[in-house]
Design a protein around this ligand. Sequence first.
Ligand SMILES: Nc1ncnc2c1ncn2[C@@H]1O[C@H](COP(=O)(O)OP(=O)(O)OP(=O)(O)O)[C@@H](O)[C@H]1O
Ligand SMILES: [Mg+2]
Length: 352
Amino acid sequence: MIVIDSVDKTYHLKGNDVEALKKVSLTIEDGTIYGVIGYSGAGKSTLVRCINLLEVPDSGSITVNGTQLTWHDSEGNFHRKTNHEMKKVRRGIGMIFQHFNLLDRSTVFDNVAYPLKYNGLKKEEIEARVTELLELVDLSDKRNVYPSQLSGGQKQRVAIARALANNPKVLLSDEATSALDPEATASILNLLKELNKKLGLTIIIITHEMSVIKSICHRVAVMEKGRVVEEGDVYSIFAEPKQEITKKFIASQSSLAKVSTLVNDPLVNNPAEGGRLIKLTFLKNSVGESLISLVSQKFNVRLNIVLANVEMIQDSPLGEIIVVIKGEEKNIDAAIAHFAEQKVKVTELEAN
Ligand SMILES: Nc1ncnc2c1ncn2[C@@H]1O[C@H](COP(=O)(O)OP(=O)(O)OP(=O)(O)O)[C@@H](O)[C@H]1O
Ligand SMILES: [Mg+2]
């Protein structure tokens, strides 16, 4: 388990202080794929680099698998593990980056062998372990080639094998798919998911793309200006985002994002013709779309579907349907109340 409690970090630049982290607290359970999302400068990298003390906070406590890396004593004084003490801790925490950070003059084999050599393993042990790691990332046939001969996705696989060399419990991933095309991104995300299952690896993924969060994360923290502004399991966050920034991130990858233009399109939403534009959100525990025709009959209203979309999040469906509802005002109100009773969330969309 990783526990981050009230962590602050300010960078002091010439005549200008940057508060990168402000009272950040998070708990990450073992075996979780945990996403951290936010715009550029939100403090994501700073936060994640605190987990292996590549970045040292100014205050707050950080505990990784029971070992305190930073803490306050009973008088409130701040303490940290020394770099020497951190050597052992860092072995238990692997890290991968956007630009892979491979040694260009070394073969794939030597890149993966590097941390093992550093730890003084024997030649035969290194040989066996690298072979095993390359199998794990499906790159056995590339062991003697150089990074320049690999695709971006393959380079990231080498970086993952290297990060896992010492059998870490935790893998930190800082924008590891940001430099990859969609296909390579999907394959790296699948690999991470597989490693999480197979090895029970805890993975912390920094990204600015909600699609990455949606496809593999169990939980997510949304960061804005050095703070965690929203946190929760991925399904709940998608079903009921609370902060504006979270809604924006979700809209950025949803095919329902078009709705903001639709609301203002007189062909869809013409106040002169009456009717209201509403969004219905069907959660995993609510009844399906047949409800639409039932409601239409029961309350004598007309429901025209404008857009519909079903997302699979953590293997559960999250359905969203945008409809124009027309009829007598009191019937519309009754229909909307009925949807809510059936655990369907109703959001009225208004023209700007
Ligand atoms: N070494 C540093 N020295 C000074 N300021 C820094 C340093 N590292 C980060 N910052 C500042 O701290 C803030 C948070 O930076 P951080 O790199 O953690 O953001 P981020 O969310 O990872 O952004 P990005 O998505 O661009 O990687 C930014 O304003 C940044 O300019
Ligand atoms: Mg960053």
